[in-house]
Design a protein around this ligand. Structure first.
Ligand SMILES: *Cc1c(COP(=O)(O)O)cnc(C)c1O
Length: 237
């Protein structure tokens, strides 16, 4: 089994190669280490190998790890899981980024509950790009209105869009999904110039990060390729 440090090296090289192949600026794609179900020791090993951004899906699990790793002040915490409205306060108080907001009510609470001592919360809107029944995310049709409203919130910095495309799609279909998200962000940036930077596309995971980078990803969210396989999904929130 290869070490977490080795895996960070090889994923970083994959990102660099894909960025170069796409003719994009070096450094324009960042690696978000998806650390759900991983122990604080595994995260610490990744941080010691230079990893800065970590993405967590389950709030209580995340808070425990954030406490255990509080000596590592360079870590940037991202929340990427479904959000219930009774969890917004702790998210607003703890994270630098949230990738998984799909309705105005949640964004409004995050803005209200963001402590004044912290910079604005970086936020991506999650889009259900393949209209899957079971998935969170707003529809493409809802986005313009949502962007206009979220763009007005004082303690939110609206960075862009996030999607988790249907993994059963072919490579060609995945590419179409990523391209659709990128084109949507471009149109939103044009039509809502005051809503926020709208400069972030959170898309691509362990198996498809090259395709996502070719289509404009600025964050790839990678779990398995860094930390190995996960045990079957649990239902903690
Ligand atoms: C688990 C997860 C990932 C990482 O998936 P891998 O296939 O393990 O790289 C990315 N994004 C989200 C939202 C996730 O929940």
């Amino acid at each position: 089994m290869s070490s977490i440090a080795d895996n960070i090296g090889s994923v970083t090289r994959r990102i660099q190669k894909a960025t170069l192949n796409a003719g994009r600026e070096p450094g324009s794609v960042r690696l978000l280490a998806v650390s759900k179900t991983r122990t604080p020791e595994e995260l610490r090993a990744a941080a010691e190998a230079g990893q800065v951004a970590f993405g967590e899906n389950y709030l209580q699990e995340a808070l425990d790890k954030i406490a255990a790793l509080s000596d590592l002040s360079q870590i940037e915490w991202h929340f990427i899981g479904p959000i219930q409205s009774n969890k917004t306060r702790q998210i607003a108080e703890t994270f630098a980024w949230v990738h998984s907001v799909d309705r105005l009510k949640i964004a409004r609470r995050l803005s209200e509950q963001r402590p004044a001592s912290l910079p604005a919360l970086n936020l991506c809107l999650q889009v259900n790009i393949n209209k899957e029944e079971s998935k969170s995310g707003c529809s493409l049709e809802e986005l313009p209105e949502l962007v206009a409203a979220v763009g007005e919130l004082p303690n939110i910095k609206l960075r862009g869009l996030m999607a988790i495309p249907d993994p059963d799609q072919s490579e060609a279909e995945l590419r179409v999904s990523f391209r659709k998200l990128a084109n949507t962000l471009r149109a939103l940036r044009q039509n809502h110039p005051d809503a926020g930077p709208l400069d972030a596309l959170s898309m691509g995971m362990s198996d498809d990060l090259e395709i996502a980078i070719a289509e404009g990803a600025t964050w790839v969210r990678v779990g398995t390729a860094l930390f190995g396989g996960r045990p079957p999904k649990h239902s903690q929130s």
